[in-house]
Design a protein around this ligand. Structure first.
Ligand code: ZN
Ligand code: ZN
Length: 240
């Protein structure tokens, strides 16, 4: 399987990452990826850039080093009500939005509380990707929630970095993969690269999908036409 976009990556604007936007784009070009998502951490994370970073993304051209760079962010889900850490003024400027749960921002809850949080994430029209959903500490009711992603315009992420360091992620993502397959829910595969060297290193995530005998046509970034259609059909038109 060949993937055409890596839509969850961090530049040095998130201070525990190590590549400039040019270096990250070059990393994508070297891997033959025509599309890269630049999704630095929204302001609640300790390593996040100033709010101004998110308001000034129009300074970047759409194509860098021959790669289409989507100007985006990784939002934090902050509580069960679905509160996030960038308001509409900023979200309207985003071409791509990942939204994730991080222990630095949202304390792990009970399965019921985590489920409520994810159900509220589903209601946010600005979110494109539910980032690294597999951690044990954020276990939610997979059987109930995963089918609701079908045709929601949001993609469940298979995150290559997460499966190596988030406890339970590999096993839980296998369960989620089987549910997505059963209910025909589209997913996305990303690296969450924090350096140019990791861009396009999808194997840890694609291994899980392969083990689940996952249908390629349900992977939104496994085909350029499919992904471009998803971009064109985003619920929220971008106003830079
Ligand atoms: Zn994250
Ligand atoms: Zn990330």
């Amino acid at each position: 399987m060949r993937l055409i976009a890596d839509t969850h990556t961090h530049t040095i604007a998130s201070t525990h990452a190590y590549g400039t936007v040019i270096e990250m784009a070059r990393g994508a070009a070297e891997k033959g990826l025509p599309i890269l998502g630049m999704t630095d951490h929204a302001p609640s994370m300790p390593d996040s850039p100033d709010l101004w970073h998110f308001g000034n993304l129009r300074q970047l051209p759409p194509v860098i080093e021959g790669v289409r760079v989507l100007r985006g962010c990784e939002l934090n889900l902050m509580d069960c009500t679905g509160k996030v850490d960038l308001d509409e003024h900023f979200l309207q400027k985003m071409e791509w939005v990942v939204c994730s749960m991080h222990p630095e921002v949202i304390a792990p809850g009970s399965v019921e509380e985590n489920t409520e949080a994810v159900l509220n994430l589903l209601k946010n029209p600005y979110v494109d990707v539910f980032g690294h959903p597999g951690a044990n500490c954020y276990r939610f009711d997979y059987e109930r929630v995963v089918p609701l992603f079908k045709d929601s315009g949001k993609y469940i992420e298979f995150n290559a970095s997460s499966v190596t360091f988030r406890e339970g992620a590999a096993e839980n993502m296998f369960t989620i993969a089987k549910l997505c397959k059963e209910h025909r829910v589209e997913v996305i595969v990303n690296t969450d690269a924090h350096s140019p060297f990791r861009v396009g290193e999808f194997e840890k995530a694609t291994d899980i999908l392969a083990a689940a005998d996952f249908p390629e046509e349900l992977i939104v970034n496994a085909d350029l036409g499919r992904f471009e259609k998803a971009l064109a059909n985003r619920r929220v038109p971008v106003s830079l």
